[in-house]
Ligand binder design. Structure first.
Ligand code: FBP
Length: 264
């Protein structure tokens, strides 16, 4: 296990990972509301905000854009990912090796595991290879721990999220990225189940400032390490405003009202 507090994934013991792999995972539809959001430079610019600890992207985006931002932005390389065109049982192609991620400049790696999928066994074996390679490079591993599959489609039930957090600990992830399970109490259970693996909340689809910040606040109060978020930042017309508010809630542990007032 890598203590992530001393790695670029964290600032003052908290993490705010800006995720931008949606062009692969969901496709252009995610960029339609704010057309400028299709330009990766816009997200890299947002990632220079002091609240952002790392940006999580796929290999192609990293190769093309990270060289221009390597001084100002920390890179988390997502190692696997699948398009929304794939209609089979949940699965994720390994698109990048840990060696190559390190060569491009990543200081941590991310890997999706769909526990409960008919492909869970193969995915866990691929995760094993990635996790052990990451250890050789001393790179922290963030697991996108998303139970889903036949009979368990995109489940956010408290027990399922706690199981997702536990899977990350058992399989050797340093950070478990899990969906919000609906309450602070349920997030506390997930944090407990994760043991020494740190828990970050997955952002989810775009919602109101107040609703989104309230779920982040619940995560922090539950002992979560922070957030890995995409759409709730870059699908906003002004990503800086919500990042200002997130800085308050995550790093200064203010109330949602204080954060909203500060971001006016
Ligand atoms: P969001 O904050 O936009 O939900 O992003 C987090 C994330 O894990 C992305 O990294 C990924 O592209 C997306 O969610 C996958 O979402 P899902 O598989 O639930 O559609």
């Amino acid at each position: 296990m890598i203590p992530i507090d001393d790695t670029p994934l964290c600032r003052d013991g908290k993490a705010l990972i800006l995720a931008y792999d949606h062009g692969l995972e969901h496709g252009p539809v995610d960029f339609r509301g704010v057309p400028e959001s299709a330009d990766p430079e816009r997200t890299f610019e947002a990632a220079t905000h002091p609240a952002v600890t790392s940006v999580a992207v796929q290999k192609g985006i990293a190769e093309a854009y990270y060289p221009s931002y390597s001084e100002d932005v920390d890179l988390l390389m997502k190692l696997n990912g699948t398009s929304n065109l794939w209609m089979g049982e949940p699965d994720s192609a390994v698109n990048c090796t840990v060696d190559y991620a390190a060569e491009v400049g990543a200081s941590s790696v991310g890997f999706t595991l769909y526990g409960g999928s008919n492909n869970e066994v193969e995915m866990a074996e691929e995760f094993r290879d990635a996790q052990e390679a990451a250890r050789e490079h001393d790179l922290p591993v963030v697991m996108w721990s998303y139970p889903r599959g036949q009979g368990l489609k995109n489940d956010t039930k408290p027990d399922t999220i706690s199981y997702a957090a536990r899977l990350a600990l058992e399989l050797g992830a340093d950070v478990a990225k899990v969906k919000h399970p609906g309450s602070q109490e349920a997030m506390e259970d997930a944090v407990r189940m994760a043991g020494r693996t740190k828990v970050v909340m997955s952002g989810g689809s775009k919602t109101t400032d107040r609703e989104f910040l309230a779920s982040v606040k619940e995560t922090i109060d539950a002992g979560g390490k922070g957030l890995a978020v995409g759409r709730n930042v870059w699908q906003r017309e002004d990503p800086t405003r919500i990042l200002d508010a997130l800085e308050k809630v995550i790093f200064e542990e203010t109330s949602v009202d204080e954060a909203l007032a500060a971001a006016e």
